[in-house]
Design a protein around this ligand. Sequence first.
Ligand code: 4AD
Ligand code: MG
Length: 475
Amino acid sequence: MKNIFIKEILKDGQIGQEVKVRGWVRTKRVSKAFAFININDGTTIHNIQAVVDFESIPEEQLKDVNTGACVCISGILVASEGSGQAVEVKAQAVEVYGKADPEKYPLQPKRHSLEFLREIAHLRPRTQTFSAILRIRHALAFAIHKYFNDRGFYYLHTPIITGSDAEGAGEMFRVTTLDMNHPPKNEDGSINYKEDFFGKETNLTVSGQLEGELGAMALSKVYTFGPTFRAENSNTSRHLAEFWMIEPEVAFFELEDNMDLAEDFLQYLVAYAIEHCNDDLKFLDQRNAEEEKQKPQQERSELGLLERLNFVVNNSFVRLTYTDAVEILKNAKKKFQFPVDWGTDLQSEHERYLVEKHFRKPVILTNYPTEIKAFYMKQDEDGKTVRAMDVLFPGIGEIIGGSQREDDYDKLKQRAHAVGIEEESIWWYLETRKFGACPHAGFGLGFERLVLFVTGMSNIRDVIPFPRTPKSAEF
Ligand code: 4AD
Ligand code: MG
């Protein structure tokens, strides 16, 4: 018999068909004459139930069939008399592949807290919630490639180890093979990186953008989709030290085109999830509704998860400048923890006020003050702002950050210098402004923030299989 997985059995299985069900036991319920075993193999949110008749299989044979054990149950597919499933398996033979001591197995068939599940990230994919999240994560990753491929973008692989700081924020993890206890020194006592593996200082990339731009100035439409690393000490529910970013970069695009692309892209991805992850989203929608009930009235979100997703697909995003947003925030009745003044960076509380209270729609903020944005953004004529755009989402805050890029060699060089980026580390980037420069734009979508939004989870540590955060790199 060929390998067949539970998703296929539930979808295509015929009554009377012989099947072999393999997976991990979720629950076992025993009555006088029968045992009912619920099995899941992660291919779908749905379990399949196997019914063991003690007349044909003695109860003794089920002693190791406990929650968490991996089993293979062979039998016949029959119509189910119980509610909740159309078919079940009438067991003819039970084999235990791997036992799970019921006294020690940490995942019991009850609701565990998300905090506890983070401590057992090696087992949490076996829960309904996490398997649903991981399947949705996969679907979104696939949809991202499909979106770009269908529109003629080329997937560009940008390096993970770099010698430059794309964002200029200095939040990088060093990559070195030097002996930490006895590093080679220069005469002035500083470390001699010429002796390091690459003969220079290197770090894990914070963004593939700079190399993405080189690609766009050759292939016109490119995107990257890779891991990025930030050594910022932000212990929030929105930050990871290692996260995945999608960065399209397009030649001849200006800020407006960039906004159109970002909006269309996000709507496409959310619509894709609604269409292709129906079972998992229904489950998370219910889970979300139960969580909401635990919250005080004023903190509850007005829309359910699926309603929120449909809302984003069906409503165009509001577009306004940073300057206009600051005016709105200054006139808001709400007292913010951080005061708002033109020139300061907006905090998450401000972003969420605009999206959730003021406009009640996703918002694209543009033309931020030069000083609070990265060196590569195109300067506006007023000399005060740059052609930046941040897309803000309900419950999330910033989901996308992007801009039109500075294509003037002198202006770019001057901004790099102003923020302390050494020319030697980005000479190649600057050179593209000497040889065939063109207007171009792009953005970065934080993959985990997208998955957070789509799954309705509230902590980013719960939408990546193995989160990396300050003081935490287990698994
Ligand atoms: O706004 P950011 O820093 O922009 C860039 O890196 C640009 N180079 C992108 C570009 O124009 N090509 O990051 C982009 C997005 C953010 O909007 C956010 O969604 C996500 O990446 N992000 C993080 N996600 C999880 N954890 C972190 N520490 C993140 N930092 C940024
Ligand atoms: Mg940003």
